[in-house]
Write a protein that binds this ligand. Structure first.
Ligand SMILES: Nc1ncnc2c1ncn2[C@@H]1O[C@H](COP(=O)(O)OP(=O)(O)OP(=O)(O)O)[C@@H](O)[C@H]1O
Ligand SMILES: [Mg+2]
Length: 295
């Protein structure tokens, strides 16, 4: 653990000198964590379809499936990457070798979680962090499908990301779990940009109610601003598309869910204009957040 801390600190220091960060003068990419308190609320479907919507706007999007092992993004996209992050960490492959493209979106299969990541020997951690720089030049957006809950792994990705998309359904248990996650996020970083998506709303009014409720308690009890990224209606076509292993945005482009999704994508793009320090210098931010979380 101590060795890893040293490596991370050294790498973070290097980024300050500009050694790691943006050596090719590339525009910074945004690292967006898609997360939820409760499982099964629609994170993976949102991740994949939002990625496609942004790709259709000409953005380069990579999806990092951090929930690998529970068969997620690969199932929704209908593609199974043969190589995973483990190969990168071991120094056998680089990111460009393991990325599989489907529908124009790059998919990176995760492997070890943050817990395992912390226990990696120093040379593997160095490999990983060095390789990570490559990614910045390969995508305008990196989406991380984090898996649900308040595990160390989920929090690691969530707190390191430049943007957080929190997904909930209108069910009370999902809202309660979303709030529990918000509480932990706020305890680590009150400035975190958390954008809420209400999925499976029966109508716009229901989505508005959920947003209002969560926004209010987040402000009142956590002194944190919860941002609105929109909602997606309950739509049986999503389940049909999942069964067919096709993204719903492509199979049912005019469906109510796809129209909602499109609005979410528009809002996320608009939010790209946010002039926050971490959006201009996000790799450094990413390291610094990891450091502050793990020590
Ligand atoms: N808007 C929606 N309308 C109807 N059904 C939906 C909607 N969104 C998701 N679903 C259903 O919920 C299922 C679970 O969605 P998804 O796999 O995206 O959730 P998840 O949050 O990634 O789950 P996990 O926490 O297990 O990773 C989908 O297979 C689909 O059948
Ligand atoms: Mg999932």
């Amino acid at each position: 653990m101590v060795d890893q801390a040293k490596v991370l600190r050294q790498l973070a220091k290097n980024t300050k000198k500009g050694v790691l960060h943006n050596t090719l003068n590339l525009p910074p990419c945004r690292i967006v964590a898609i997360t939820s308190g409760k499982g099964g609320v629609g994170k993976t479907n949102l991740t994949v379809n939002l990625a496609l919507a942004l790709k259709d706007y000409g953005k380069r999007v990579l999806i990092f499936d951090a929930d690998w092992g529970l068969a997620n993004v690969d199932v929704v996209m209908g593609v199974i990457p043969p190589l995973t992050l483990t190969h990168v960490v071991r120094g056998e492959k680089s990111f460009k070798d393991i990325i599989v493209y489907e529908h124009g979106i790059g998919l990176i299969a995760g492997s070890s979680g943050v817990e395992e990541f912390l226990n990696l020997p120093e040379w593997q951690l160095e490999n990983f962090l060095r390789e990570l720089q490559q990614l910045e030049g390969m995508g305008d957006f990196i989406f991380i499908d984090t898996g649900a809950g308040i595990s160390h792994q989920v929090l690691g990705f969530v707190l390191a990301a430049t943007d957080i998309i929190l997904v909930t359904t209108p069910e009370p248990s999902a809202i309660t779990d979303a709030y529990a996650l918000l509480k932990v996020i706020a305890s680590k970083n009150r400035e975190a940009r958390v954008r809420l998506v209400v999925n499976r709303a029966l109508n716009p009014g229901e989505a508005r109610q959920v947003l209002k409720k969560l926004k209010l308690v987040t402000k009142e009890f956590l002194s944190m601003e919860l941002l609105d990224l929109g909602y997606i209606v309950e739509d049986p076509r999503i389940s049909r598309a999942v069964k067919a292993q096709e993204p719903f945005l492509y199979v049912y482009p005019r469906s109510p869910a796809s129209l909602c999704l499109q609005k979410v994508a528009d809002r996320l793009l608009l939010a790209s204009g946010d002039d926050l320090p971490q959006h201009r210098d996000n790799l450094k931010g990413f390291f610094q957040r990891m450091l502050s979380l793990f020590h």
